[in-house]
Design a protein around this ligand. Structure first.
Ligand code: DC
Length: 448
């Protein structure tokens, strides 16, 4: 799992490739040029003589082609079927036809998946393209959007073509375009990138936008590096705070409760998972989270943020606000983003605390999060919290709490279940775990 993901998006010739490469070099990070992936599929399709408007055929090219993207001497080398095509994918014909690949939702989905797989194997990564901060890595640690006016970008492209052509552009290389033609082509590509329905070019809401029109590459790299360092410092102190808060919660729980934990080994050490628990008390997120070394993300109703101090406190320990009474798409996107980053999220699908200790049937909505986040699902039973802090009591009392993590359902199995099937399976699993736990501890099991 990547510890640091930096995205750099922007229009053609905004300087993002060079900046991304230099930044990766200085940070000792990997570098992913996602434009090269779109270009490689385009080249393979041209070579295979595929009709560029036939999406299924293009998909076939992506699925059957042996594409390899490797970082070599700080540059991304591309091979198709073992042949190095790093230079070929820069051909003007490829540049012109890449929009067919870029505008297909199915191809984009597959390419984004490949990008995430690539990143998952890297400790630190700088990735550049058009949709890296908005789609592929919506939860990246630092996001940049580089831009520059079209005239300046055309000047840069012309200089690059001349340097590559070793002198004046020659029409036979496709390099014979005038400055005006290059600027027009850049503006057309901007329009096609911005207007497409899927993964359009736009800055992410939380991206740092840098206009590079009047800046040299070094100045941009310095600026970007400064922002990354600032963000990393903040992230480190956030992590320290999280660990301290968890330690405080552990001390608090040891003072007031006797917590017994079972099945901790069922929680995966790596990769996305959703911890699905029964809800008995306000302290359930604490009971589920403190036995684990991996940090968890939680969901809570947005009204808890009305008290600004409390809101900031729970935000600082990874709690995501969810709007009540409607489908909160932004919260869903955040959760799915966390899962796609390979993190753990804890949910209580009863929607509210139990009124009598029994487990009510789970609401099926969480299934979508699990599937879209490609997460394993781990049931977690909390027993004893109702006795310590039932919803009709203002304050808790001391007592024993059992936290049992059940066997994980792998992401592959979750993918094949409907929301309802998953909700029924988990309701049933947790009720059985609860009955077993209550009998074991001499408590009357609930009737279901
Ligand atoms: O950045 P570039 O010029 O190498 O990109 C080549 C093509 O791929 C261009 O048409 C935009 C498209 N692209 C995209 O749609 N999404 C990305 N993440 C990267 C590139």
């Amino acid at each position: 799992m990547s510890n640091l993901v930096i995205t750099i998006d922007g229009p053609a010739a905004s300087g993002k490739s060079t900046v991304a490469r230099l930044l990766a070099e200085r940070l000792g990070a990997s570098f992913l040029d996602t434009g090269a992936m779109y270009r490689a599929v385009t080249l393979a399709a041209i070579e295979a003589g595929v009709d560029m408007s036939d999406e299924e055929k293009l998909l076939g090219v992506l699925e059957t082609g042996e594409f390899q993207f490797v970082v070599k001497e700080g540059k991304m080398a591309v091979r198709i079927g073992g042949v190095d095509v790093t230079e070929w994918i820069r051909r003007p014909e490829v540049t012109a036809k890449a929009r067919h690949i870029a505008s297909s939702a199915k191809l984009r989905e597959k390419l984004v998946r490949m990008q995430r797989q690539f990143a998952a194997g890297e400790e630190k990564i700088v990735t550049e393209g058009r949709d890296q901060g908005t789609v592929a890595f919506a939860d990246a640690d630092v996001k940049f959007y580089l831009t520059a006016d079209a005239g300046e970008r055309a000047r840069r492209r012309l200089a690059e073509l001349r340097a590559r052509g070793g002198g004046e552009p020659r029409p036979s290389d496709g390099l014979g375009e005038s400055f005006e033609q290059i600027q027009k082509a850049i503006e057309e590509r901007d329009k096609s990138d911005e207007d497409r329905a899927v993964g359009p070019l736009r800055p992410a809401d939380d991206a740092i936008v840098i206009d590079t029109t009047d800046l040299g590459i070094e100045e941009v790299v310095e600026k970007v590096l400064r922002c990354v360092k600032e963000k990393c410092l903040k992230r480190k102190s956030k992590m320290r705070w999280f660990r301290f808060a968890r330690w405080c919660c552990r001390v608090f729980c040891n003072l007031f409760f006797r917590i017994q934990v079972y099945g901790r080994e069922n929680v995966p050490d790596e990769g996305a998972f959703v911890l699905v628990g029964n809800h008995q008390s306000y302290l359930d997120p604490v009971f589920c989270g403190i036995p684990l070394e991996r940090p968890l993300y939680f969901l809570a109703r947005d009204s808890l943020w009305k008290n600004r101090f409390f809101g900031r406190l729970i935000s600082s320990v990874n709690t995501i606000p969810v709007k009540q009474g409607k489908a909160d798409l932004s919260a869903m996107r955040k959760v799915i983003g966390k899962l796609k980053e390979g993190r753990g999220v804890c949910v209580f699908p009863e929607g509210t605390r139990s009124i009598d200790g029994r487990i009510s049937p789970f609401k099926p909505g969480f299934g979508l999060l699990c599937r879209r986040g490609e997460a394993a699902v781990v049931p977690v039973l909390i027993d004893g919290a109702f006795e310590c802090w039932p919803r009709h009591k203002k304050i808790f009392s001391r007592g024993r709490i059992d936290v049992c993590y059940g066997k994980a359902i792998p992401a592959g199995e979750v993918a094949n279940m409907s929301d309802r099937q998953l909700a029924e399976l988990l309701t049933d699993t947790l009720r059985r775990m609860q009955t077993k736990s209550r009998i074991k501890h001499g408590k009357e099991p609930y009737d279901y």
